[in-house]
Design a protein around this ligand. Sequence first.
Ligand code: ATP
Ligand code: MG
Length: 675
Amino acid sequence: MPTKDLDLLLREGALQPPKGFFERRPPNSKPFLKNFDEYLKLYKQSIDDPEKFFSQMAIENLSWSKKFDYGRLPTNEKIFNKETCDAAAWFVGGELNACYNCVDRHALLNPNKPAIIYEADEPNEGYILTFGELLKKICQVSQILKQLGVKKGDTVAVYLPMIPEAIITLMAIVRIGAIHSVIFAGFSSASLRDRIIDANSKIVITSDESKRGGKIIETKKIVDEALKQCPAVTNVLVFKRTGNSHIPWTKGRDLWWHEEINKYIPYIPPTAVSSEDPLFLLYTSGSTGKPKGVQHNTAGYLLGALLTTKYVFDVHPDDILFTAGDVGWITGHSYVVYGPLLNGATTVVFEGTPAYPNYSRYWEIVDKYKVTQFYVAPTALRLLKRAGSKYVENYDLSSLRTLGSVGEPIAPEVWEWYNEFVGRNNAHICDTYWQTETGSHIIAPLAGITPTKAGSASFPFFGIDPVIVDPVSGEELIGNDVEGVLCVRNPWPSMARSIWNDYNRFLDTYLKPFRGYYFTGDGAARDKDGFYWILGRVDDVVNVSGHRLSTAEIESALIEHHLVAESAVVGFPDELTGSAVAAFVALKDKSLYSDDDNANDIKKQLIVTVRKEIGPFAAPKMILLVNDLPKTRSGKIMRRIMRKILAGEEDQLGDVSTLSNPDVVQHLIDVVKSN
Ligand code: ATP
Ligand code: MG
């Protein structure tokens, strides 16, 4: 909770929301909040009486086929119970349908309004789908699924690229009360197999092939490979994306989407489900080990996705939101699919990459469709910053009001670049902190309202009571200017309810490590003004002579150096200090470190940079110049790999199948050996 009023925060260096922000919202729309004081007032209400606050929000914003009896169970407990550790149930007794809320109610009102803008991998291939057209296709696919025996409560595996059919599929599944389990279409056949088996899915929906960055991916072939070991799968529904003729086919099991869809009528009614019936499961990206099938239930998740899209991004029904994330991750679920559609806004579905056919691709899309909210991960921003601002400059980006960031801490240097070159100092930068498990943003500025500091996710969203806990004693650290482990004191509507089929693992991972709190696994600081700074995963913290150093902080310092494109900091064993800091650094221009003297010179400069920015104790003892860093398929740096290599445990790297660039592992081993 911020402890100072807005004027004081601004005087002390926080950045003001861009001037004229609300005047630039769509005509005929009203601001959702007047000002920061109103946020403070509502925030307080949401913490003092969450049941009342969210019940009112749920009634105002969602359409119910049966109204709920209770806002929350257990009704008398506002915080996590230290004994039971159970998550709360929300909107108990209520019934609703997710697809009805996302699509039908807008299609009824305004069938010709664009729901999806599809931007294909090749520029100028793509089309717009209205709410009316979307509803019809969903209803037809729902009937295919019913015909294949899918019933309420069954899981359906989805392995699709970023095409409108991905949204149609998710909506068709939830329309009949089934549960979707999306597996990111960049995953290998082995990862796909494990997730199909874990979720016990009997139906898989996929495409013949996919196109990404000008390349063809043999999607169906990967599925077939996975299915060799999934005897429970009875059918595969295949959307024809490229139409190449040589894809593998199993008669009787495999069905073409385009042949099936035309057999069915354009409307069937949605199936109402209970508030707490599961909506989907989603496996986390796996940066920290064995993937978990995170389970979200219907009403609470929908409300979280709806409210955060509305208040954090300031999305009005006439806005066009472009979330450049994949539907295979939670960001795609909440802010490509559910959030925009629940608000009746238009969502951009982008099949390609930021670098194809060149580094201007995002900005070309923003310019072409007059996108109002853009949302992306720091990894993409680092790539684009490294490519140079010349790729941004020639586009009209004046439609943008909100620029979101998600997935990793965003270094102030990158934040500033985003603000200046993309936002032209006229858009609100919203660094949104959340997780697959939280369902929607939990710490984030509200666009147009919240003052910001570059690199801070700012303040909690409604209903979130963040707590900084001392990792050793487990005690809450009160007041400002504290640093520790980030927890949440109270249950909120969109928090995950379980790990699929493993409720005990859910409790062990999130609710038992610090009893009485939800444990995020991330370190965080609350500064003197009450702003939250995410410091990275607790496992990544480096402990040098008793100083707990945040990897994110050291990485932010390194990226300030003009030659650095990206860096990853890890600890390694050191006799003297317990552990020491090692920095893996990828430079912007690879030719700069071909010659030894030069490389040593750059390393010295980097050490000086860290000493100056943070302090001598944080200076890396070892700097390794590398071509690339190991990343998950969602673009996050996997520090675990570097830690193991440095410790000489390269035979114990664990599961590297979720890496997007597995070749980098050998490169890192070579660099470490030759150092
Ligand atoms: P796994 O749990 O399998 O290791 P993951 O944590 O990478 O995978 P996600 O749920 O997609 O899977 O990512 C959530 C994590 O991403 C957070 O716990 C945090 O570490 C990081 N994160 C997300 N948003 C931000 C942000 N704005 N600032 C800093 N870190 C962020
Ligand atoms: Mg995680």
